[in-house]
Design a protein around this ligand. Structure first.
Ligand code: ATP
Length: 268
């Protein structure tokens, strides 16, 4: 059976420092994730309940996946990324058994964050017409195991999910996410912070006006800003290639001219 990929904390490679802005979200996640995963003993009394489900929602490219990886890294937790495409492409036909295996694996490598990307496609509307029977089974099995975590305060597993379509989730699923955190498009101040983070290790023009750049990029997500920086970084490379091509061309021309004048002198 093909297993979902487990990334150990030491190999995640994304930290909070790589994420520009979003400080409040970082703080909330630290509070919600760190203790249940690192100090499960604090929750054994019964009054305090560890958080088992967090939903990050908002437009594409706003850093939800990055945030999930960074918090796993900070908490020293293994990261398992599951989405409907992983389930259908690799596991289809094995349905419930595979979901069970996912939770068994998560327990084995715990503390663990199970990250469900595009949760709407995996755990979307239960009553959707034409919903495939196998999908319904996957969903129910997932919910059973997820609920099971609530009765095991010592289990260091947390489900973190992301979606661009929170309204496609039904009540039963929404309720299971004790915290729902909106990750919106960045404000002008946050765009400035994100640009500074993205370019922190790059060689940039002296006196680059980050404020102006931020005000020119209204509506850009973190991912759009990253693409903008990557495109800009390619410009000098492209120019260099162009210069090299020109030099090559000149060299060839000179060589041809030399040949022509040689041929000319031979004919004299
Ligand atoms: P989707 O909903 O499309 O899956 P997402 O919200 O999960 O998107 P990410 O995949 O985390 O977004 O972000 C895409 C890329 O954009 C990141 O790998 C990173 O390079 C960049 N990025 C997004 N937000 C930020 C940020 N706040 N700081 C630095 N980089 C960012």
């Amino acid at each position: 059976r093909i297993r979902p990929e487990v990334i150990p904390a030491s190999e995640i490679g994304v930290t909070f420092a790589d994420i520009g802005a979003l400080d409040e979200i970082k703080e909330s996640l630290q509070e919600l994730v760190m203790l249940p995963l690192r100090r499960p003993d604090l929750f054994k009394g019964g009054l305090l309940k560890p958080c088992r489900g967090i939903l990050l929602f908002g437009p594409p490219g706003t850093g939800k996946t990055m945030m999930a990886k960074a918090i796993a890294n900070e908490a020293g937790a293994s990261f398992i990324n599951v989405s409907m495409s992983t389930i259908t492409s690799k596991w289809f036909g094995e349905d419930e058994k595979n979901v069970r295996a996912l939770f068994t694996l998560a327990a084995k490598v715990s503390p663990t964050i199970i990250f469900v990307d595009e949760v709407d496609s995996m755990l979307g509307q239960r009553t959707r017409i034409g919903e495939h029977e196998a999908m319904r089974k996957i969903k129910n099995e997932f919910m059973t195991h997820w609920d099971g975590l609530l009765t095991k305060p010592g289990e260091r597993i947390l489900v973190l999910a992301a979606t661009n379509r929170p309204f496609d989730l039904d009540e039963a699923i929404i309720r299971r996410f004790e915290r729902r955190i909106m990750v919106g498009l960045p404000s002008v101040e946050n765009r400035e912070l994100i640009l500074k983070t993205l370019l922190a290790k790059e060689k940039v023009e002296d006196g680059l006006d980050y404020k102006e750049l931020a005000s020119m990029t209204e509506g850009y997500s973190g991912s759009d800003l990253k693409n903008l920086c990557t495109t800009a970084a390619y410009r000098p490379v492209r120019e260099l290639i162009q210069q090299e091509r020109l030099k090559d061309l000149e060299r060839k021309q000179r060589a041809e001219e030399g040949q022509n004048s040689g041929e000319a002198s031979n004919t004299v």
